[in-house]
Design a binder for this molecule. Structure first.
Ligand SMILES: Nc1ncnc2c1ncn2[C@@H]1O[C@H](COP(=O)(O)OP(=O)(O)OP(=O)(O)O)[C@@H](O)[C@H]1O
Length: 335
C-alpha cells in the first residue's frame, strides 16, 4: 500500500470555469472558486452539497477529466492533468452516468475490463459482493439504475485502485443494494484505499464519512468529521426545534423570547424553533400548567447533519445576497 503519511489527493484553490454559457450572453461561468480538500488513504472523504454545488466538477478535475483555470491538484503525487496510463491504472472511477457499454452483459464486461489489469480483483468475488449474478443475463441497457450502479462500482474496483472516486454511489439503490455498496466501501477503507465520494444525501455522509467537506456554490464552506460538524452545531446558541401537539389556537408567544419562532403548522400541531435554552422550556411548561394544557407528541429534535447543512447553506446564501446588494449599491453610487 502507498505511504501512509502523504495524502492520496490534495486539491488547493481549485478554480474552474465552464461555458461559454448562452444564458450569460456567451460568457464563461465560474463553477469552482478556490475549492480545497485533502483525502487520505484508509478514509472515506465525502463531498456533500446540494445539486449544482460543484461536486461532480471537482471529481472530474481531480481525475484529470477536465482542465482547470487555477489551483493545484496532486493525485497520488501527480498532477492529474498530465496523467499517464500508469497513474490512471491506480485510480478507480465511478461516474454518475456510469459510461458502461449498453449492449454488453455485466459479467463478460467485467471479465473484459479485468483483462486490462496485471493483478485484478477476481471478477467472481466482486460479482458476489455486489450481488451481480442475480441480473447477469441482462444487457447493461436493460438494467435498472441501481443495477447499473453496482456494475459500475465493480468495474471501478477491478484494478485494485489506491483511490476511488464514487459520484453519488447510492443513487437509485434499494436498501439491500445500498447495504452491499456501503459494506464494500467500508471494506475498501479498511484495506487502506482512499475513497472520495459525493452525495447530497446527509444520511450517506453520516453513515460513511471519516471526513466531510460541505460544498456550496463552488467553495468549501465547512469541513470536519461528522461529530465535529455536529458538535459545532450543538453549541448552546445553535438552533433546535421543539414540536408538540396541544389544543389549537394556544397563545404562548408572550412567554417566549423574541428570537424564538412558534408556528402552528396545522391546527393543534406546534413547532418552536430557535436557540432554545432550558429556561425557555421552563417558561413554556409553566405556561402550559397555567393554561391547564397537557401537550402530547413532544419532541425536541437533536441536531442532525441535515440541520448543519441547511444552516450553512442558509448562511452562505444570505452572504451572497448581501454581497450582490453591496455591489449593486456601489454601482448605483458610482453612476
Ligand atoms: N459545461 C457546462 N456548462 C454550463 N454549466 C455547467 C457546465 N458544467 C457544469 N456546469 C454547472 O456547474 C455547476 C456545478 O455542477 P456539478 O455537476 O459539478 O454540480 P454537483 O454538485 O455535482 O450537482 P449534482 O448534485 O446535481 O450532481 C452547476 O450549476 C452546473 O449547471
Amino acid at each position: 500500500m502507498p505511504e501512509a503519511l502523504s495524502p492520496a489527493l490534495v486539491i488547493d484553490g481549485l478554480v474552474k470555469d465552464v461555458g461559454p454559457v448562452p444564458a450569460l450572453d456567451g460568457r464563461m461561468k465560474r463553477v469552482l472558486s478556490g475549492l480545497s480538500l485533502t483525502a487520505h488513504y484508509g478514509q472515506v472523504t465525502v463531498l456533500l452539497g446540494s445539486n449544482g454545488a460543484g461536486k461532480t466538477t471537482t471529481l472530474e478535475c481531480a481525475q484529470g477529466l477536465q482542465g482547470r483555470q487555477g489551483g493545484t491538484i496532486s493525485l497520488l503525487g501527480h498532477d492529474p492533468e498530465h496523467a499517464d496510463a500508469s497513474l490512471r491504472a491506480r485510480v478507480g472511477v465511478m461516474l454518475q452516468d456510469g459510461g458502461l457499454p449498453p449492449a454488453q452483459r455485466p459479467i463478460p464486461l467485467l471479465q473484459h475490463v479485468s483483462g486490462m489489469y496485471q493483478d485484478p480483483w477476481p471478477v467472481q468475488e466482486l460479482v458476489e459482493l455486489l450481488d451481480i449474478a442475480s441480473f447477469s443475463s441482462t444487457s447493461i441497457r436493460r438494467l435498472s439504475g441501481g443495477q447499473k450502479q453496482r456494475v459500475a462500482l465493480a468495474a471501478a474496483l477491478l484494478g485494485r485502485p489506491e483511490i476511488v472516486f464514487l459520484d453519488e454511489p447510492s443513487a437509485g439503490l434499494d436498501p439491500q443494494s445500498r447495504q452491499l455498496v456501503f459494506d464494500l466501501i467500508r471494506r475498501l477503507r479498511s484495506e487502506g484505499v482512499a475513497v472520495v465520494l459525493t452525495t447530497h444525501l446527509l444520511d450517506d455522509a453520516q453513515r460513511l464519512a471519516d471526513y466531510v467537506y460541505i460544498i456550496d456554490d463552488g467553495r468549501t464552506v465547512a469541513e470536519g468529521t461528522v461529530p465535529e460538524l455536529l458538535s459545532a452545531a450543538n453549541d448552546p446558541q445553535a438552533n433546535r426545534t421543539l414540536t408538540f401537539d396541544a389544543p389549537a389556537g394556544l397563545e404562548l408567544t408572550k412567554v417566549l423570547r423574541p428570537e424564538l419562532r412558534l408556528q402552528e403548522t396545522r391546527p393543534g400541531s406546534y413547532q418552536l424553533s430557535g436557540p432554545l435554552l432550558p429556561t425557555d422550556l421552563a417558561a413554556l411548561t409553566s405556561e402550559w400548567a397555567a393554561q391547564g394544557v397537557m401537550p402530547s407528541a413532544l419532541n425536541l429534535a437533536a441536531h442532525s447533519l441535515e440541520d448543519v447543512f441547511l444552516d450553512i447553506a442558509e448562511t452562505a446564501e444570505a452572504a451572497r445576497v448581501e454581497a450582490r446588494q453591496a455591489k449593486s449599491n456601489q454601482q448605483g453610487s458610482q453612476r
